[in-house]
Each structure stands twice: as C-alpha cells, then as structure tokens.
Design a protein around this ligand. Sequence first.
Ligand SMILES: Cc1cc2nc3c(=O)[nH]c(=O)nc-3n(C[C@H](O)[C@H](O)[C@H](O)COP(=O)(O)O)c2cc1C
Length: 378
Amino acid sequence: MTTTKEFDDTALVCIQDYENRAKEVLPPPVFNWYMDYADEGQTMKDCKNAFKRYRLRPRVLRDVSNRQFSTTVLGHPVSFPICISPTAGQRFADIEGDKTTARAAETLNTIMIVSSSAFFTFEDISLAAPNAMLWFQIHLFKDQKVTRFYVKQAERAGFKAVVVTIDSPVLGNKRSMKRGFVAPREEYRLVNLYDPNNPEVRSAIANGDIALWDYWWEQMVNSETWEGIHWLRNITKLPIVVKGVLTGDSAREAVQAGVDAILVSAHGGRQLDGVPATIDALPEVVKAVKDSGVEVYMDGGVRQGTDVFKALALGARAVFLGRPIIWGLANDGENGVKKVLEIVRDEFSVTMALAGCSKLDDIKASMVIHESQYLSKL
Ligand SMILES: Cc1cc2nc3c(=O)[nH]c(=O)nc-3n(C[C@H](O)[C@H](O)[C@H](O)COP(=O)(O)O)c2cc1C
C-alpha cells in the first residue's frame, strides 16, 4: 500500500495534544499556575471525568449530509455553540494575550469573555478585533466605583454583555500561589483598573504594579450579595450573565435578580473544591430556570466534541472553554486558538452526524443518559 502522507505522531489533533505540548513550551511555574486548582483538585478533575459518565444514545439512518450548528447566544449569532471563558494571565502564554484570542474569536465568529484581569485595556482589545463579539467579566468589587469604572470602559469599547463572576468572594486555596508563583513584574499590569479619578487607584499606580495587584486582590474580598446584581442592573443596559451558579436555588435567585443568562461554572476547579462537576450540576440549573427566558451555558472540563453534544443535550445553549484556549495560545498564538476551537467544532460535527442529528434542535435530552441508569439495569 502506498500513502502520499507521512504518518506524523507529533501532529496536534486533539485538545490533550495541545495541553501536552503547552507543558513542553511553557515555563513550568506558568504551566502549573494555569493548571492549578483549589485544594486537592477533586472538582477540577471531576469536571473532565464526569462527561465520561454520560452515554450517548444515537439515532440511526437519518440524513446527516448537511449539518448546521450556527446558533445565537444572548441573541448574538455565532458560527457554533463553543465560546471562550475568561482567563487571567493570557499574556504569559502569548505576548499579545487577550488581543490574540480576540482575533481568533473574530475570525471564527464566536464569543470571547475578556477577564477583569486582562493585561490590555478593553479598548485595545476591541481595536485589535473590531468585529469580535466581546463580553467582559467582572467581580462585584468591594468598591462600587471600581465596578462602575470597568463597566463604563467596556461599554465605551463596544462590549456586548457583562459577566459577573459570583463564585469568588475570596480566592480559592490554590497551591501554586502558596508556592510563590510570581509572574514577571512587567506582566502585572491590570490596566482596566486605571481610573485616574479614583485616588486609591492613583496611589496604587504611583506605588508600582505590585501594589496595584494587591489593590485588586483587596477588592475581591467583598461582602456583596444579590443586591449587587440589582445595583448593576441599574447602572448598565447591557445584558447580565452570572458565572458560577451550580444549584437550582442560586439559579432561581439569579432569575429573580433579573439576569439574562447563567453560566454554570466551577471556575475550572480553582475556587471551592468539592462542588459537583458542572455537567452534573447543569440539569438542575436548566430545570430551575425553565420558562424564565434565561439562557444557560456551561464551562469546565469541555475537551472534545462529545462533551459539547452532552452539554447541549442536557440543556446548555452553548459551552465555554477555559484552559484549552490557553493551550492554543501557548502553542501557536492566534492560529493555535483557532485550531483548538476548530478541533472541538469538527469533533462536535462528527458527533452530531454519528448521533443522527443534522441541526442543534435535533439534539434531545433523551439522547444522553447517565451511566448509572445502565448499571442499575444489570
Ligand atoms: C488560568 C486561569 C485563569 C482564570 N481566570 C479567570 C478570571 O479571571 N475570571 C473568571 O471568572 N474565571 C477565570 N477562570 C475560570 C474560567 O473562566 C473557567 O471557568 C474555567 O477555566 C473552565 O474550566 P476549563 O479550564 O476546564 O475549561 C480562570 C481559569 C484559569 C484556568
């Protein structure tokens, strides 16, 4: 048999390959910081493993020659239901960090959530990718002036939604931080905090970037409640997404607080260890908000097309990727991020075909069941 193509066992064909290569190319402290998790990492590992506990129930002999997976997320058209979660420190993987990721999101027409810890201003990021669909992530900072400043900057820069991370009143127990992970000082520029009218921020800047980082951390230790979401509702017309909901009770509170969407997230296992895998938490949240009009998304452990299929079948409108985007950045910048998204998209397309689905509406809850239902029949 003759082949025209050499077999290349170093080719990067799946997200695990990208992760393995990122481990080789990144300095160990940086890779470990990206990989890091709270405590023993039970939730971080479980988010990924839990997908494997669900089984697919394909339909066969359906015409799947023409598959369609473009959709809308909060009304924004996207080419596929796979978007980008906010991650801090993208600049450690690629010098242009968030700008590079935004360009990839723009080319592939998907949504990127920019972290409140981005090292570029919202304006710079949107200028780098003027047609990208950008959302921004914030916390309900202790000082409302800080939150308001973030929101107003992002509004001016044309961002289309505000994502409030609600699982981080304090930072989780991350061991790399305790081991003294320190990024190069030059990278510590949390530029979106630079409000010249805020005297505390001014003095933080005057004291140098490390002081600014400390200031940001201090802002995280807050006593905010759902009242903060009501307050936010009054200061911006942008849609509000809450990120970090894991229970039906919190989902109902979010609906009452007037949010537009919920991102089911365990923060990649970096906050409270021991919470359920997000794919396990998803159905409870979907059920709790049924008929409210609030969209539900999920992130955590999504690494392949079958994961996307399972999440959509269990009620997510879209999934978001955290670490895989960083692995793409670290390997090959914009091209790497695009490849990562394309790999998951193409695997999802094949999964749809093999499961007998030619459009997203064909993906039904009955096509995914938990393995325990098979085991209990033995
Ligand atoms: C290095 C790193 C930095 C992160 N920074 C933020 C952040 O600034 N804001 C936030 O809301 N979530 C942050 N997250 C959590 C992600 O948005 C997301 O919830 C999580 O990474 C999804 O899990 P996955 O990495 O398994 O895809 C971060 C995650 C990682 C790995």
